[in-house]
Each structure stands twice: as C-alpha cells, then as structure tokens.
Design a protein around this ligand. Structure first.
Ligand code: 5GP
Length: 202
C-alpha cells in the first residue's frame, strides 16, 4: 500500500500558512497534525481542533516518553507534534501536514530526511507588517520582534526544499498542491515497485 508523505509548512505569523494548510486538507487522504502547546488558548480556539492545550507537566512528560516528532520553545511557550498519530496516518497512506516553525522543521528534516519542507513567504516585510497591524493582536514592540525573527528565518531559507510567495492566496494554494503532487512522482523509493509492476505484465 502507498505510504503517505510528511509535508512541513513554516513561515512567519500572518504569512497565510494556516489558511493554505486548511485548504490543502480538502484533498483526499490528507491529514493535518494537531500540536500540543503550553500556551493559553486565544479567543475562538478549541482544544483538539487548533491545539491540545496542556500543562507544562503534561508537555514535559510527553518529551520524556519520546512522544514528539519534534518540539520547540517559541516566545516562551512550548509546542510539539505528537509522534504516534502522524506516523499512524502516514502508514495508512495519508499525507501528513505539519504547520510548525523553523526549529521544529529542521528537527524533522534531520530525523526524516524524506520529509518535504515548504516555507511560506509574504510578498514583502512591509505587507507582513500591515497584515499583523490589521489583525490587531500585537503591539508595535511585539511586531518588531516578529519582524526580526522573520528576517532570521528567511536567512535560513536554503534549508527548506521549496518556498511559496503568498501574494495571491489562490495561486499559493495551487502551487502548494503542485509541490505535493510532484513529490508523489519522485522515482526515489518508488521506481523498484513500478518496474516490478510493468515486468509482471509481460
Ligand atoms: P501560535 O502560538 O501563534 O499558534 O504559534 C506560534 C508558532 O508556533 C507558529 O509559527 C506555529 O506554526 C508554531 N507551531 C505550532 N505548533 C507547533 C509544533 O508542534 N511545533 C513547532 N516547532 N512549532 C509549532
């Protein structure tokens, strides 16, 4: 049976990566991982849907039990991708999508080199700043920290396999779909089985 692939999306806050990932879920056999976090839920966020909101003790216990595919501390809060579900969904032939930041994405690439890392870029820093201001969730000081982090992350873009510029959302979604499709046509890991299939026909 076909084994699913691991697609990791990163990008600055307000780059639109969340919207892109949710759209990709509409594809058949695609599953989005829900992370554990120690941060407080924001208005409208639901336990088990946006995150599993856990205590620091629960998070530490999961680290000790090697229950994360990756985990990282970001802006003073802890986040981690539960290992069990992601592996189960891939084994069942589904593509697994992770929406995580760079430290976690690089841990994934180290442990699973076949994972596909995709970085979602805003059209410009100016546009990113405007989007965050419009959202109204952060003050100017926090926005300045975000911009600094964003620049640092963009500096490491080469560690990713692909980038997407989210200028036009529809186009960005289409590009993401195309990347996923192309990754499924890689000969690596599939050539042998295909050759066998054709030989058997003879
Ligand atoms: P937020 O608190 O705004 O929801 O997320 C902050 C950052 O943490 C975002 O860049 C988000 O993609 C990232 N993030 C969410 N879940 C995980 C996770 O399980 N692991 C890592 N490394 N980052 C995560």
């Amino acid at each position: 049976m076909k084994h699913g692939k691991l697609f990791v999306f990163s990008g600055p806050s307000a780059s639109g990566k969340g919207t892109i990932c949710r759209e990709l879920l509409k594809e058949p056999d695609t599953w989005l991982s829900v992370s554990l976090t120690t941060r407080q839920p924001r208005e409208g966020e639901l336990h088990g849907v946006h995150y599993y909101f856990v205590t620091r003790e629960e998070y530490d216990k999961t680290v000790e039990e090697d229950g994360f595919l990756e985990h990282a501390e970001i802006y003073g809060n802890c986040y981690g991708t539960p290992k069990k579900y992601a592996l189960e969904h891939m084994a069942a032939g589904e593509d697994v999508i992770l929406e995580i930041e760079m430290q976690g994405a690089l841990q994934i690439k180290k442990a699973y080199p076949e994972a596909v890392l995709i970085f979602v870029l805003p059209p410009s820093l100016k546009e990113l700043r405007n989007r965050i201001r419009k959202r109204g969730t952060e003050n100017e000081e926090q926005i300045a920290v975000r911009m600094k982090t964003t620049l640092e992350e963009i500096g490491l873009l080469e560690k990713y396999d692909y980038f997407l510029i989210n200028d036009d959302l529809e186009e960005a979604i289409q590009t993401a779909r195309a990347i996923m499709k192309a990754e499924h046509c890689r000969t690596a890991g599939q050539a042998k089985a295909l050759i066998e299939r054709f030989k058997e026909e003879e």
